[in-house]
Design a protein around this ligand. Structure first.
Ligand code: SAM
Length: 226
């Protein structure tokens, strides 16, 4: 079933800031994958904790909270969104407020990758859905590690330097039956990323793709079995 746009954050209400990545083809591809999951297995499994890393404008995190609500999980599902860029954290909160999404439904935090979620992960016994649209563009390594707009795209060698720091922690961050959704570019070598995740015992597949501005983008899904 095609996701209903009314269950997603509205572009007219997305907070914008010069140093924050605005929703683009990669964001839409990831939200569509998430919405399709909500229409099917997430509506049944009723996830308790969903985390978006690198939330940018908050488009994906806010949409997740709205999807949870639309599927009768507004009182069950807690979304957490974080970013290394303080302007993005503020934008995510503003986007949520513009959509009437409370700080309980979607909490925001500043910090590197999973670090701001350590307590929530420990309390919940892992997250049910972990989402990341990482900085995936191939750039010189020196461009990686900033906290401004360059953090949106600068991925260093093979566009993998930020993602590769996260991969070893994914399995332990997931609850039993938790899933990880991530955007990959063809240059990021998706087959190798899947091999790394499979070595950690996760089931992996590329669930959707699109061609955007001469880039081939994929959504990687990795599942932790119970
Ligand atoms: C491609 S943008 C995606 C933004 C948004 N999620 C979307 O899809 O529209 C990547 C985001 O990751 C953030 N980011 C980069 N490195 C990070 C890190 N180490 N920890 C957390 N966030 C990071 C950037 O600041 C940026 O907001």
């Amino acid at each position: 079933m095609a996701p209903s746009p009314s269950n997603l954050a509205s572009m007219a209400k997305i907070a914008t800031h010069e140093s924050v990545y605005p929703p683009a083809e990669d964001s839409f591809l990831l939200v569509d994958a998430l919405a399709a999951l909500w229409d099917d297995e997430l509506a049944r499994s009723r996830p308790k904790l969903c985390i978006e890393l690198g939330t940018g404008s908050g488009y994906i995190a806010c949409s997740n909270a709205l999807l949870a609500r639309a599927h009768g999980c507004g009182d069950v599902t807690r979304t957490r969104a974080s970013d290394i860029n303080p302007d993005a954290v503020a934008a995510c909160r503003a986007t949520c407020e513009a959509h009437g999404v409370s700080g309980t439904e979607c909490a925001t935090a500043l910090g590197d990758l999973l670090e701001p979620h350590a307590d929530a992960l420990a309390d919940a016994g892992g997250c049910d859905v972990l989402v990341f649209n990482p900085p995936y563009v191939v750039t010189p390594s020196e461009e990686v590690g900033g906290r401004g707009i360059e953090a949106s795209w600068a991925g260093g060698a093979r566009g993998r330097e930020v993602l590769d720091r996260l991969l070893p922690s994914v399995r332990s961050a997931l609850a039993p039956r938790g899933m990880f959704l991530c955007i990959l570019l063809a240059q990021n070598e998706p087959e190798e990323v899947m091999e790394i995740m499979r070595r950690d015992g996760l089931r992996c597949s590329l669930v959707s793709s699109c061609n955007a501005d001469e880039e081939a983008l994929f959504v990687l899904r990795c599942d932790r079995d119970a």
